[in-house]
Structures are given as C-alpha cells and as structure tokens.
Design a protein around this ligand. Structure first.
Ligand code: EPU
Length: 439
C-alpha cells in the first residue's frame, strides 16, 4: 500500500487540465452492455475504478480496446450475465451493470454491494425502479437476480417510477433505470430522477446510441423504449469533483493556479460557497472578455484566494446543491478559516471519517450527528494520517499541502480510485509531495 509524504507550505502555481469524470465514466462504460455495436468513450481518466469496471465488463462479455484516453467497448458475448462479488466489492459502481444487463439480455445476476466507509449504500431504489419496469427480482446468497417478464417476450416494459429516497434521488439508480428503460417496450417516466451532470451525460450517450429520452438534468425524465440500440462515440464530461478539489488545494496554499477543461456550469453551489469563503474562480483568456461570462463545461479559469478565509455554512445536497463529494475537501479548507464554520452532510450523514484525521493535524472540529462545527485554527501541523475513503483522502491531501511540517498519508490506493496521478499533478504545481511505494 503506497503512501504520500507531503511537506506543506508551498503555494501551488501553474496549470492543470481537468480529466474526464469518474462518476460519469463508470455508468457510461456499463451502457456498452446495451448493444453489440462498439461504444467509444473519449477522455476516460486513468483510475483504478475505471480499470475495475473494465475487468468487470470483460467478465460480462465485453471486448475492450484502448488508445490513450479513448476506450472502445463492444459486447461480443451476451451469454455472460453474472457480476461476481470479487469484482463488485472493489467498486460499488458495478451495480450500474444490472439495468443494462437485464434490459439487453433478459436476466442478470449481480453481487449485492456491501457497506462502505462513507456509510450504508442501499440499492432499494435501483430495485424499486427495475421492478416498476416489470423485472422480477430475487436475492440469494448476496446476489441480486433480475429477470425481464416472460409474458413480454423477455423485455422490460415501460412504467412510472419514483426514485426519491430519504436523502433525495439516486445517481446510479437513475442511470440504471434510465438505461434499462431505453430498451423496454413502451414509455417510462422517472420522477425524482437524479439531476447530477454525470447522469445527464449517461443520457446523452444513450441518445447517441438511439435512445429516445427527454428531460435530462431535470427531476422528470421520460424514456420511450426502442427495439435496439447501436454504437456511438461520446466525450466524457470533465470531473467537477477533481476540479473543485484542485480549486481548494490552490486556495489553501495561497497559490495561483489556472484550471483548463473546468466545468464551471456544474459547480454553481460549490463556487458560491467558495466565494463566501474568499476564494473566487474567474474566467481566463478568451472567456475573460468583458460582456459577461456564461459558465460552460470546458472553461479555462484562474483561482484567486483571499489571505484570510471567512467561515461559512455548507449543506450537502443533491445536484445542483453542494456536492457531498467535495465535503471533506471543503472541511479541510475551513479548518484554517477565521471563525466557526458549520458543515451538514445530508447525503451520507456518516461521511465524516476525515474528522478524526484532521484533528490529528491540529484542526478544531466538533461533530454533532450529521453536522460538524469547524473552528478555524492559525495553522495545521503535519502528522501521519490514514486514508479511509476517496474524498476523505483528498481532504487530507489539501490539509497536508497547507500544514507546517510533514504529513504522511497512508493507504493512498483510495485516492487512486478517483484522482489520476494526483501526486504528479501536484508536483507539477510545485508541491513537495512524493509517493512512497510499498513492496
Ligand atoms: N440511496 C438509497 N437507496 C438506494 C440508493 C441510494 O436510499 O437504492 C441513498 C444513499 O444512501 C444516499 C443517497 O440515496 O443517501 C444518494 O446516493 P446515490 O445513490 O445517489 O449514490 P451513488 O449513485 O451510489 C454516486 C457517486 C458517489 C456520490 C453519490 C452522491 C458514483 C460511482 N458514485 O453514488 O461518489 O457520492 O452519487 O452524489 O457515481 C465518490 O465519487 O467519492 C462517490 C462516493
């Protein structure tokens, strides 16, 4: 298990290009199961979760060819329809193979994903949605089996589905049901659909493959099923979470960083909170011309940070609210703000494993249920800390970049799941960070 050694205190300077979005890529790849034609994705990030999905799709009869950041997937063996626990346990997103498999192959057996460090990750809404399309679902020995109705020629049939749960909609659940409905007979309406840009991106690929979908990015998505889907080529949207993480890393070090391929349009809530903190993200180059900036998906921006940060209130919410996947990074930034900040986590109320590690670095944080009060300290101090999950680890990197002294971050394989060579990116920006490989 590799570690990072970070000697903090260096302002980050330079340019970073944001990679394709992990959370779009994984369900996009799964959509290749809906056709026997090639599906080409451009801008695929080099992440361990993407490699896990490639392995999973290989066991499900998909051939893969790779060139740079382009991946072409082609379903060549539709007799394979079991997603094994061994692959599913490393990457919960494997669940988004269930919808495409049952829709295209009539039946599928997918291992139930287990619990994980950020809290319970139920799949009841995924199953509710597939049941509403007529799938028969059974659970046995940790596996979910879904079968399309025999009296409909082994095809799912359109239905009316409400995908809201106690904490809002479900991102991957929406991708699953929308993908399955694309090949169902008749029309499906998903109410309380996830509005996350990554799920919209999945819808765009499905449309390029021949699906008939309206309402993408809104809470009501309508899918008119078609008999078959074909191949397509699709550009993966940039990763808003990677983008937000580098904004906060630049800000906490008082750096001067330009970010390219920056999806401003997806980051409204985060940029609003950052603005209150004293961190602004402004268009650069051609975009910066007077006459008003219209936030886009692939902007070039520059991060400006005040010398002192204001404490703010942050509540994580489904999109377009503040993303839970930036909560830990925001907390790291607020540890050095001037006063008391409050973060409330409304998506995964137990997603606070980074708190204990930030305390080891001298932060002052009190957790009460799904909220944490962060009292700003003058400075953080380096310490050995442990990665517990992907975004908690990103928060610890941000803290380490600002801390006085040396931070050793253990178990960085969590980071490798969602950030492409983060230490290399940060080194190029002047950070003193190295990866120590363990035999
Ligand atoms: N939920 C249910 N029932 C379900 C599914 C979800 O109650 O059947 C609840 C969850 O417990 C949670 C809320 O609904 O409280 C939202 O969960 P969601 O289903 O939207 O999460 P997900 O689709 O499994 C994706 C991302 C996560 C991200 C969440 C929320 C991927 C691969 N994962 O997960 O990303 O936090 O949406 O935006 O797309 C990460 O990248 O670090 C990460 C965890």
């Amino acid at each position: 298990m590799d570690s990072f050694i970070i000697r903090g205190g260096r302002p980050l300077r330079g340019t970073v290009r944001i990679n394709g979005a992990k959370n779009a890529c994984l369900p996009l790849m799964a959509a290749a199961l809906l056709t026997d034609q090639p599906v080409t994705l451009r801008g695929v990030p080099a992440l361990s979760d993407v490699r896990s999905m490639e392995r999973l799709l290989a066991t499900l009869g998909c051939e893969l060819s790779a060139q740079g950041t382009t991946r072409t997937l082609r379903g060549t063996d539709d007799s394979k329809n079991t997603a094994d626990y061994d692959l599913m346990r490393t990457m919960r997103a494997g669940i988004c193979t269930l919808g495409p498999l049952v829709a295209a192959r009539g039946t599928a057996t997918v291992s139930m994903p287990g619990g994980c460090a950020i809290g319970d990750r139920p799949v009841d809404l995924h199953l509710r949605g597939l049941r509403a399309l007529g799938a028969e679902i059974s659970l046995d020995a940790g596996y979910i089996t879904a079968t399309a109705p025999a009296d409909n020629g082994g095809r799912l049939r359109g239905g009316h589905v409400f995908l809201g749960g106690p904490n809002g909609s479900t991102a991957l659940g929406t991708a699953n049901v929308m993908s399955a409905a694309a090949l169902a007979t008749g029309t499906t309406v998903i109410e309380c659909a996830a509005c996350e840009p990554e799920i919209e991106d999945v819808g765009r690929l499905l449309i390029a493959m021949g699906a008939k979908i309206t309402g993408l990015g809104s809470p009501r998505v309508t899918i008119e099923g078609v008999d078959a889907l074909g191949g397509a080529t699709h550009d993966v949207i940039p990763d808003r979470i990677e983008a937000g993480t580098y904004v906060m890393a630049a800000a906490i070090t008082g750096g001067d960083v330009v970010l390219e391929n920056f999806p401003t349009v997806t980051l409204g809530a985060a940029l609003d909170r950052l603005n209150e903190v004293g961190v602004t993200v402004r268009p650069e180059g051609a975009n910066a011309a007077p006459g008003g900036f219209i936030p886009g998906m692939t902007d070039t921006v520059r991060v400006h940070a005040a010398r002192r940060f204001n404490p703010v209130q942050v509540v994580t919410q489904p999109h377009p609210g503040f993303p839970t996947d930036l909560q830990a990074q925001m907390m790291a930034l607020l540890t050095v703000a001037d006063g008391n900040a409050i973060i409330t986590e409304k998506i995964f109320p137990d997603r606070f494993l980074h708190v204990a590690e930030l305390l080891r670095m001298g932060a002052d944080i009190t957790r009460v249920g799904p909220s944490a009060m962060i009292t700003g300290v003058r400075e953080l101090v380096g310490a050995p800390v442990m990665c517990s999950d992907l975004r908690a680890s990103a928060g610890l990197v941000i803290a380490g970049l600002a801390a006085k002294g040396t931070t050793t971050l253990n178990r960085v394989y969590h980071l490798d799941r969602g950030y492409e060579k983060m230490e290399v990116t940060l080194q190029a920006l002047g950070a003193d960070i190295e990866r120590v490989k363990e035999n």
